[in-house]
Design a protein around this ligand. Structure first.
Ligand code: NAP
Length: 244
């Protein structure tokens, strides 16, 4: 029987690559979108090309009831959720002195509260099934901090505390909860950075290259699969050695 993975923020970037990687592994994929557009159609097409079944549901992760509906529809369609990947995330960067209250709250609401909203709605099904994997996408800046990202790094540090606490709560039911802390990854989130800035960052990375969505998706595949069955409450850095 095919495993079922629910992935947030899979319309592009890292989330899309996670969806395609797990589809190739034989998972059925449930993912959310916020707008119907060409990007969404492209993801659906590429999942189908991998012979996987998918469900796409309009849902904003910062809205609890939309997450509840997304999870319900996934259960109705596939009957179970084996893997939850909390990947959806945004940035609203500025120095704290100039940061608007709404920009702080929006980033926390999408990145951290969104992770709670999805996990809270999924966990009951996993507890009942006595199995499950939850993989939360954090960031190196949740560990190191970064000037201009008090909101984002607070949300990503919060995800790490959430991950470890939940891992302790649900380990006895064979539910494994881990986080991934990517470094700089080439996606639309980072394409706003100037080339010079990227080159400067690249010089500080021991592996001397910016990461790709596939670098992250491969680690999600590992954490979702049988080979990682003795790993929980951990933070895997996927950053080319940026942070040691
Ligand atoms: P991205 O290309 O900007 O994609 C973000 C995805 O999240 C999109 O599918 C977006 O959907 C979705 N999303 C945003 N807000 C949402 C909301 N309120 N509800 C539901 N979905 C929402 O970003 P990415 O670089 O792939 O990042 C993916 C994750 O990795 C994020 O959590 C990010 O913080 C983390 N990360 C990225 C990097 C990096 O260097 N790129 C580094 C460390 C960590 P829409 O199309 O509807 O906007």
């Amino acid at each position: 029987m095919n495993k079922v993975a629910l992935i947030t923020g899979a319309t592009r970037g890292i989330g899309k690559e996670i969806a395609l990687t797990l589809a190739k592994e034989g998972y059925h994929i449930a993912f959310n979108y916020r707008k119907e557009n060409e990007e969404l159609e492209q993801v659906k097409k590429e999942i189908e090309e991998n012979q996987a079944k998918y469900l796409s549901v309009k849902a904003d992760v910062s809205d609890f009831s939309e997450c509840e509906e997304f999870v319900k529809q996934t259960i109705d369609q596939f009957g179970k959720i084996d893997v939850l990947v909390n990947n959806a995330g945004i940035t609203k960067d500025s120095l704290l002195i100039r940061m608007k209250e709404e920009d702080f709250k929006e980033v926390i609401n999408v990145n951290l509260v969104g992770t709670f909203n999805m996990t809270k709605n999924v966990i009951g099904y996993m507890l009942k099934a006595r199995t499950g994997r939850i993989i939360n996408i954090s960031s190196v800046v949740g560990i190191s901090g970064n000037a201009g990202q008090t909101n984002y790094s607070a949300s990503k540090a919060g995800i790490l505390g959430f991950t470890k606490s939940l891992a302790k709560e649900v380990a006895s039911r064979n539910i494994l909860v881990n986080a991934i802390a990517p470094g700089l990854i080439e996606t639309s989130m980072t394409e706003v950075l100037k080339e010079e800035v990227k080159e400067e960052i690249e010089k500080t990375i021991p592996l001397k290259r910016i990461g790709t969505p596939k670098d992250v998706a491969n680690v999600v595949k590992f954490l979702a699969g049988d080979e990682s069955s003795y790993i929980t409450g951990q933070v895997l850095h996927v950053d080319g050695g940026m942070l040691m």
